[in-house]
Design a protein around this ligand. Structure first.
Ligand SMILES: Nc1nc2c(ncn2[C@@H]2O[C@@H]3COP(=O)(O)O[C@H]4[C@@H](O)[C@H](n5cnc6c(=O)[nH]c(N)nc65)O[C@@H]4COP(=O)(O)O[C@H]3[C@H]2O)c(=O)[nH]1
Length: 767
């Protein structure tokens, strides 16, 4: 056995997830370990077994949250192992991993009890994270259901025993009834225990658990045994109007009871289930009743002997088990299974009535940050409050479900047109952007929404959900805090991105990547203080592609790791050359993705490249985005702290667009903040943007940080920044990103006593 707990995993803290990986190929095991690291940072514990027998031994001795199992193992097939794992005594959710994707294996795996099935080819962290999350959640719901079912079986067993008793005692009752029929009880007397009945039979009814009810031919109660009195909650001392047999039944069940009553009198009735209302508490109880005619003197059938068993509790448990299977245990909203049903139902209704149905997919902004910084119980509270607000934002006839984590879905029914979905979508956005108060603390979140409609976008629940999800993805890309309807361009973009992936994998080896450099200028002195390295991809098949197009793809596939390393090496090599040529003060800023930051090896990579190229750490600035550090504050603080203590500068990119808390900013090893281009470009026309720019500069200075304005295109914008004492600026006013030779030429042009933004320099650059 190889045990691979991540090195910095705190021993005292339970990991977020304990994974058993059953894999004999070391390369594949390493790949999975890296993906897990990318997903959970240090919050996971991985145990590796290379055979089925070792895996079984481990699972028998230790509790794992999930098992990832290879298809082919030296001592058997992964599917066989999954069969063992799905047994209740082991009960570990298992995901089958294969080298290829085949439907037949997929089905076999599901039949064997696999929670999911993943192909190792091009396996991405997002896919793996989702598969693990859903498997663990589903497993816990299944366990809960199993417990409820066991409870139900136990109660059914009790009921069967009671039924057997009932049958035995009914026989005795038959004997008693003959005596009762012949007794001389007054017709007007109700609830009387016959004094002159045979002593033995009287005792039997008195102590019997089965409820016994003697009803006259006119439907009046003549006798009730104590069990029946307790069930009906009758006060014998009070004059009771309910001497009528049928008056105890709920209004709905009376017609059936009447019908059964008359059948029993004719000796053809059977057992039936009905509902009665108890006299004292007014509670509705479910009973199973059976009746038989009493032989009267002279042989004519007159009265009835009715026996009853209370099954209220059994029905309650059945209903709650059914409900639990449809419910999200945390928020009480519908779960994924119930959503599918509701959606099919909504589609059927809409088809009949000629209406539309809209499906809204949403998740919460910064939920992971709240969870990580405030703890999971706090996160759970937030989810519960969000669920309440969602329910309050839609009509009773609409439907709200939670799919897991912070993913919610709303079904809007009976829409006259697709566009009508926009109004409730906006209501939800507004409601969720209001502050939440949890344990006396105020917390803000927000949401973006993706909308797909039936019948226009799709006619199957699964596909509609997929399309609403794609629209959500687009909505988050375009602008957070808004909604987007699904349209076919979303699908086309997605397909295009998928097509790009194989080409991006080869981009480095085919030498298709290169860097451009954009100068960063000191506002007061005008000299160039640094350059930012910006990647470009000239694809053989697709032509020139913007980083905005391929960096997100590189991040989601993990390709950003080798690409980011290439960028850093290339930028440092170039900087070394420039230092050697005499531009010794020049600094190099390099963008670092959150995916790179999560890697254990990131510090080592940076150190190796600095050593290889001979660049001083003081000449390197790593630009990280606000969302990048907020994604995992603990880890980012640790890594960036280490890099900063080596002398490397850390700049916070796109400042103002994210969610960085001021407290963290104070404690974080940042030396510079970059005001996002969107604020700088709008500050001349939009007062709010101008205020944000001024406030950011002031805040930066208060915290002892340097501030750089990004995207400066006009001299007025530059003047504004200068008046606010902003230290540096970067933008097309000085220069667009250039290749290395052009940058040198440009620097030479503005070196000799000419500040970089002297009008003629600027003019020559932007013309
Ligand atoms: N309209 C306008 N645009 C200006 C102006 N001044 C600078 N820009 C553009 O703004 C972007 C600044 O880079 P960023 O915020 O880091 O934003 C970057 C960065 O997030 C990412 N990126 C670029 N290179 C890399 C890289 O090597 N690694 C990583 N992880 N991300 C990169 O892609 C984003 C876009 O890069 P680019 O397309 O090169 O776009 C660059 C730059 O060309 C201006 O005055 N007006």
């Amino acid at each position: 056995m190889t045990s691979m707990p991540t090195t910095n995993l705190s021993k005292a803290k339970r990991p977020d997830v304990k994974v058993l990986l059953v894999e004999d190929n070391k390369g594949d095991a390493r790949l999975i370990s890296l993906l897990l690291e990318e997903i959970y940072g240090s919050g996971f514990e991985l145990t590796l077994a290379n055979t089925c027998s070792l895996a079984l031994h481990l699972a028998n001795n230790e509790k794992f949250d999930v098992a990832l199992i290879d298809y082919n193992l030296p001592d058997g097939l992964g599917i066989e192992l999954i069969r063992f794992f799905s047994k209740e005594d082991l009960a570990v959710p298992a995901i089958l991993l294969t080298g290829h994707s085949e439907r037949a294996i997929d089905l076999d795996a599901m039949n064997a009890g696999a929670a999911d099935f993943l192909s190792k080819n091009n396996l991405q962290a997002t896919q793996l994270e989702r598969a693990i999350r859903y498997s663990v959640q589903r497993h816990s719901i299944e366990q809960e259901l199993r417990r409820s079912k066991e409870e139900l079986m136990r109660r059914n067993l009790q009921l069967d025993t009671a039924k057997a008793q009932l049958e035995a005692q009914t026989n005795n009752m038959m004997q008693l009834t003959e005596h009762l029929a012949q007794s001389e009880l007054s017709e007007k007397t109700v609830y009387i225990i016959p004094q002159d009945t045979d002593q033995r039979l009287q005792e039997l009814t008195e102590h019997c658990q089965i409820c016994v009810w003697h009803v006259t031919n006119e439907g009046k109660t003549r006798y009730l045994n104590p069990a029946m009195i307790a069930l009906l909650e009758i006060d014998l001392s009070a004059s009771h109007s309910a001497s009528d047999f049928l008056s105890f039944f709920t209004v709905d069940s009376r017609p059936e009871a009447e019908c059964e009553f008359s059948k029993w009198q004719r000796g053809i009735g059977s057992t039936f289930e009905s509902a009665i209302v108890s006299a004292r508490s007014g509670k509705t109880k479910r009973l199973v009743l059976s009746g038989s005619p009493l032989a009267a003197e002279g042989g004519t059938s007159l009265d009835l002997l009715v026996t009853a068993v209370d099954i209220t509790e059994r029905r309650r448990i059945e209903a709650s088990t059914r409900e639990q299977a449809r419910q999200d245990p945390l928020t009480g909203l519908l779960n994924r299974n119930a959503l599918q049903e509701q959606l099919s139902q909504a589609q059927a209704n809409a088809n009949r009535a000629g209406h539309s149905v809209a499906l809204l997919c949403l998740d919460l902004d910064h939920f992971k940050i709240v969870n990580d910084t405030q703890g999971h119980p706090f996160g759970d509270e937030l989810l519960k409050l969000v669920a309440k607000r969602l329910k309050a934002s839609v009509r009773e006839t609409d439907c709200v479900a939670r799919l897991g984590g912070d993913e919610f879905v709303v079904i809007l029914n009976h829409l006259d047109s697709n566009d009508s979905a926009a109004i409730p979508a906006q209501v939800i956005i507004d409601k969720l952007s209001e502050p939440f108060c949890i344990n006396g603390e105020t917390v803000f979140t927000g949401t973006s929404i993706g909308i797909a409609t039936f019948p226009d976008d799709s006619d199957t629940p699964e596909d509609l959900l997929k399309k609403a999800d794609m629209a959500l993805y687009r909505s988050k890309e375009v602008s957070r805090g808004g909604y987007e309807f699904f349209d076919h361009s979303i699908l086309e973009n997605l397909l295009r991105t998928r097509e790009l992936e194989p080409a991006l994998r080869q981009a480095i080896t085919r030498n298709e990547l290169h860097l451009m450099y954009q100068p960063q200028v000191c506002i007061s002195g005008g000299e160039v203080v640094g350059v930012e390295a910006l990647i470009r991809w000239e694809s053989r098949e697709k032509g020139a592609l913007s980083p905005n197009e391929f960096i997100p793809l590189a991040e989601s596939t993990g390709l950003i790791v080798p690409i980011g390393e290439w960028v850093l090496r290339e930028a440092c090599t170039q900087l070394r050359e420039w230092h050697d040529e005499g531009w010794t003060e020049l600094k190099m800023a390099v963008n670092v993705s959150v995916v790179q930051l999560k890697r254990e090896s990131f510090i080592e990579t940076v150190t190796t490249i600095l050593n290889e190229t001979g660049v001083s750490p003081r000449s390197l600035v790593l630009e990280v985005t606000e969302s990048g550090i907020m994604d995992n504050v603990e880890r980012a603080t640790q890594i960036l702290g280490a890099l900063s203590s080596m002398g490397i500068g850390i700049a916070l990119d796109d400042f103002g667009t994210g969610f960085a808390s001021l407290t963290l900013l104070k404690e974080f090893p940042v030396e510079q903040i970059k005001i996002d281009r969107s604020f700088v470009s709008n500050m001349e026309t939009d007062v709010e943007s101008a205020t944000i720019v001024s406030a950011t500069i002031m805040l930066g200075h208060k915290l002892g940080l340097r501030v750089i304005g990004e995207g400066v295109e006009t001299t007025r914008q530059l003047e504004f920044l200068r008046n606010e004492d902003c230290e540096e600026a970067q933008g097309y006013l000085f220069s667009k990103p250039m290749c290395s030779d052009d940058l040198v030429e440009w620097m030479q042009g503005c070196d000799t006593n000419k500040p970089a933004y002297f009008p003629e320099v600027v003019a020559s650059q932007i013309s």
